[in-house]
Design a protein around this ligand. Structure first.
Ligand code: CP
Length: 323
């Protein structure tokens, strides 16, 4: 189910980040520059209390390790503080409290909130209900724009530019990370190759949206033949929890797997990314190759989210000198 937009507060929406359409290319570039400056702060080499006195609400209605922890790390490294909804079982959600009422509470308690929710459209619904800025930490099979910011940062860190051959692999139907990332990369001139079995191909409406904006797209179901020309391989997990029927999941589980032996003919500069968690789509023997970037990518979540939090509060990021 997709919730419709409900304009309930008439607030200035500038601080909300629901999809990548909420950021212009210029804003994305400025955020990537800010993220770069914040690296020494994320590493704990410098304490820079830009967000002292500010409180973030971490509202996670679905499991998360990276998004939840990197937001918390980002806020605390910048001198701010965090309250967590915590385990759903110990919240009043178990008593039947609605998302609207729950978000009205955090609207009073906090200065900004991150929402992860299993339903597509939940972040927009929450943004319409709240006066504080809402950052979409993943809404079902919808969008994951804060992940996109760290993905763009990781690609730029490796290649210095974004107009590259980017191959996205796996669950493109339900994969919110690839939905947001493909939108952003197409705006920066990337050539996108989508590799998925037919049951998990990119949603038709998303493909149409990309095509309308002149995106360069190739669709395939073959991973190995697309490896040699790739600058970035973006692997994704087949998400068991999104399938309405387990039999359908079992038909495609484990369909794409990268192993060190597959990397003989790839470009030296090619990087392998994954939003994580991984199951079996990247063998651990890839981790020690120079192509593996998924752990750096996860670390970059801290700087990307620091930059976004500073934007919410209109706090300029100064040049930072690290150790
Ligand atoms: N990439 C990502 O969203 O990871 P988590 O589900 O652990 O937050």
């Amino acid at each position: 189910m997709t919730w419709s937009r409900r304009a309930m507060t008439g607030k200035d929406m500038a601080g909300d980040l629901i999809t990548m359409d909420d950021l212009t290319n210029e804003e994305i570039e400025a955020l990537l520059n800010d993220a770069e400056k914040l690296l020494p702060v994320a590493k704990g080499e410098v304490f820079l209390p830009l967000l002292q006195g500010k409180l973030l609400g971490n509202m996670f209605f679905e499991p998360s390790t990276r998004t939840r922890m990197s937001f918390e790390t980002a806020m605390k490294r910048l001198g701010g503080n965090v309250v967590n909804l915590g385990a759903l079982a110990s919240s009043s959600v178990t008593k039947g409290e609605t998302l609207f009422d729950t978000m009205k509470m955090v609207d009073g308690y906090c200065d900004v909130a991150v929402l992860r929710h299993p339903r597509q459209g939940a972040a927009q619904y929450a943004a319409d209900a709240c006066e504080i800025a809402i950052l979409n930490g993943g809404d079902g099979a919808g969008h994951h724009p804060t992940q996109t910011m760290l993905d763009l940062f990781t690609i730029k860190q490796a290649h210095g530019k974004l107009d590259l051959n980017v191959v996205m692999v796996g669950d493109l139907r339900y994969g919110r990370t690839v939905h947001s990332l493909s939108h952003a990369l197409s705006r920066f001139g990337a050539h996108l190759t989508f590799i998925a079995p037919s049951s998990l191909s990119m949603p038709e409406e998303l493909l149409e949206d990309l095509q309308k904006t002149g995106a360069k797209i190739t669709v395939s179901d073959d991973l190995l033949s697309n490896l040699p020309t790739a600058d970035v391989i973006y692997m994704t997990r087949i998400q068991k929890e999104r399938f309405p029927d387990e039999d359908e999941y079992l038909k495609v589980a484990g369909i794409y797997k990268l192993n060190r032996s597959n990397l003989k003919d790839v470009k030296q500069s090619m990087i392998i990314m994954h939003p994580l968690p991984r199951i079996d789509e990247i063998h651990p023997n890839v981790d020690s190759t120079p192509h593996a970037r998924y752990f750096d990518q996860a670390f970059n979540g801290v700087v990307a989210r620091m930059a976004l939090l500073c934007r919410v509060f209109g706090v300029p990021v100064p040049e930072v000198v690290g150790e």
